[in-house]
Each structure stands twice: as C-alpha cells, then as structure tokens.
Design a protein around this ligand. Structure first.
Ligand SMILES: [Ca+2]
Length: 176
C-alpha cells in the first residue's frame, strides 16, 4: 500500500522510477517480455528500504547502488521520483535492522551477472512459466538486497526460492 512521507517508519519500502539511457533500454526490453511491467506507469526501477532515523540527516534508506550496499539520506532524492510503500504491519525492531545492516553494508554491487540472471529468470518466468530459483551470492542488485531484507524480517516479498521481477515486487506492495 502506498503511503505518504508523514507515514514513514523504519522498514518502509521505497520504489524509484527509472532514469537515463540504460534504464530506457532495459525497461523497454523488460516490457517486451513482462506485460505486467509494461502496464506500470511510471515504470519503477530502483528499490530500497528505510533503515533508520538519523538525528541530523533525517530518514535514511539502505540501497544497493553501483557503489555497493550503502545507506543514504532519503532527502537527497527528489520526491517526484519515488513512492513509499507500507509492507510491514508494525515498525520494525531497530536492533534487527542493525544486525541486517552489519551483514550487508559494504557488499559489492552485482552488475553484469546479476542482470543476466534476472533476465534469464524473467524469460523463464514470464514466457515458459517456470521458476529457475535464486542465485544467491554476496554481490547484490537493488532488487536482491530488497528481497533479502524482507525475507530477513520474516515477510518475504516473493515466493521462497524464486527470483522475482520488479513487477512481482510491485504486485506484492500494492496488495495484488
Ligand atoms: Ca547477486
């Protein structure tokens, strides 16, 4: 369920719409095989979650970017380009989030092979309706980090051992 800025809690899920040339190319390609994705507007791309309240920087989000897994102030992003979603019923326990962050902060980004895997999984999923499972390693795409966080907090966003696409994530967040 989408929520307003005032309703943010730790654990709130943040979905960014895409931008730039790489996004346009990849999202167009994804739209060819995934009709659910094709229907989404704006087209979501990057995901993260609210990890804590910082006394001077405000709400912090944890996300996997090209620089790896890191925390950034939500305030650095333009609110026109992200949506906030409630996924957990109650605010999460800050200690559990800290344990998760200790394990994940600083892990490298999963560039090429991460995308290749997602692409293969999406093709199998959307065209052949087959689940080829999850490829877990210590390199993370933003979607992988997001899924691992929700699983760690015992409310997985997708089916166990399934590589989900961004449209699967949006379906779950919108309660469909
Ligand atoms: Ca990975």
């Amino acid at each position: 369920m989408q929520i307003s800025y005032k309703q943010i809690q730790v654990g709130t899920q943040v979905v960014f719409s895409g931008d730039g040339l790489l996004f346009k190319v990849l999202s167009t390609a994804l739209g060819w095989v995934d009709k659910d994705y094709r229907r989404l507007s704006p087209r979501p791309w990057h995901v993260g979650f609210v990890s804590r309240w910082h006394p001077t920087l405000g709400w912090m989000i944890c996300e996997a970017t090209g620089k790896g897994v890191q925390e950034n102030p939500l305030a650095i992003y333009d609110p026109r380009y992200y949506g906030l979603y409630k996924w957990f019923e109650k605010p999460l326990n800050q200690d559990s989030i800290s344990i998760f962050l200790q394990q994940y902060l600083g892990l490298p980004y999963d560039g090429f092979w991460g995308y290749i895997w997602i692409t293969i999984a999406t093709l199998f999923n959307k065209i052949f309706h087959k689940n080829i499972g999850v490829w877990k390693d210590d390199r993370l795409l933003c979607w992988e980090l997001f899924e691992e966080f929700d699983e760690f907090m015992e409310k997985p966003i997708c089916k166990f051992n399934q590589t989900s696409t961004i449209s699967d994530i949006m379906k779950a967040l919108n309660g469909r």
